[in-house]
Design a protein around this ligand. Structure first.
Ligand SMILES: N[C@@H](CCC(=O)N[C@@H](CS)C(=O)NCC(=O)O)C(=O)O
Length: 225
């Protein structure tokens, strides 16, 4: 966290390293907002316990608590942070309805289309009581189509818009989950290069450090059990 800003609301972000909450960590870091981080250990099913369900009834990260009010849904949290700190440049802001529509299209693509697909690639047995391999194969076909669409959209500039925005950080998260699950990004070189282009941003590097630290904390917690 950088730059204490006394005019900001009290913010608590619930997150897990490697989860889609990393986009919210990046947004808060880039905006320079003061915030607290609370780790929710998804691997130990902490999200299903009473304490976290009282915060976020669906038991999902991210959840951002804003002066005691809970905001869930990644796209909503990103939009909130961008509205709170418009000068941070998290999305382009030219006042045009088309730009606003394209922003929503990018966020919906990541949250509504790519997220379920990459979950099907990474964790198919959570989706079916039947053959997980069938889910994985189907998810792979859907990933080829949907990542192909995203690749075509970002191929010209390297970004969803002319410059980087949170949509690219969110796309990068989906790419990283799919790649870890073995999906081949060779046909999608612009998507594959997102991580190294984003790593030029200090907030992206801080997000990676925060997640590495969180992984170390989780390892210690688990070892102590
Ligand atoms: N629609 C939600 C989905 C959030 C979500 O599925 N988060 C995952 C991590 S990437 C999670 O918390 N999974 C825990 C679980 O489903 O038990 C959003 O966009 O914020």
């Amino acid at each position: 966290m950088s730059g204490i800003d006394r005019s900001a609301p009290h913010l608590v972000l619930h997150h897990f390293p490697g989860a889609c909450s990393q986009v919210c960590v990046f947004a808060l870091e880039h905006a320079g907002l003061p915030y607290e981080l609370r780790l929710v250990d998804l691997q130990s099913s902490e999200q299903t316990g009473d304490a976290y369900v009282a915060v976020s009834p669906l038991g999902k990260v991210p959840a951002l608590v804003i002066d005691g009010v809970v905001l869930t849904e990644n796209a909503a949290i990103q939009t909130y942070v961008a509205e709170l700190r418009p000068q941070a440049g998290l999305f382009p802001r030219d006042g045009s309805p088309l730009t606003a529509g394209l922003r929503q299209a990018g966020l919906s693509l990541c949250g509504g289309t790519l997220h379920p697909i990459v979950r099907g690639l990474a964790n198919p047995s959570r989706i079916t009581e039947g053959d997980p391999e069938g889910v994985r194969r189907r998810s792979s076909a859907l990933a080829t189509k949907s990542f192909g669409f995203a690749e075509a959209r970002i191929a010209e500039t390297g970004w969803w818009f002319d410059e980087w925005s949170l949509v690219d950080v969110y796309l990068n998260w989906a790419v990283s989950v799919a790649a870890s699950a073995g999906f081949d990004f060779a046909p999608f070189p612009t998507l594959a290069g997102l991580r190294s282009r984003l790593a030029e941003l200090p907030a992206f590097r801080r997000m990676l450090e925060i997640e590495a630290q969180a992984n170390a904390t989780l390892a210690l917690r688990r070892a102590a059990r």
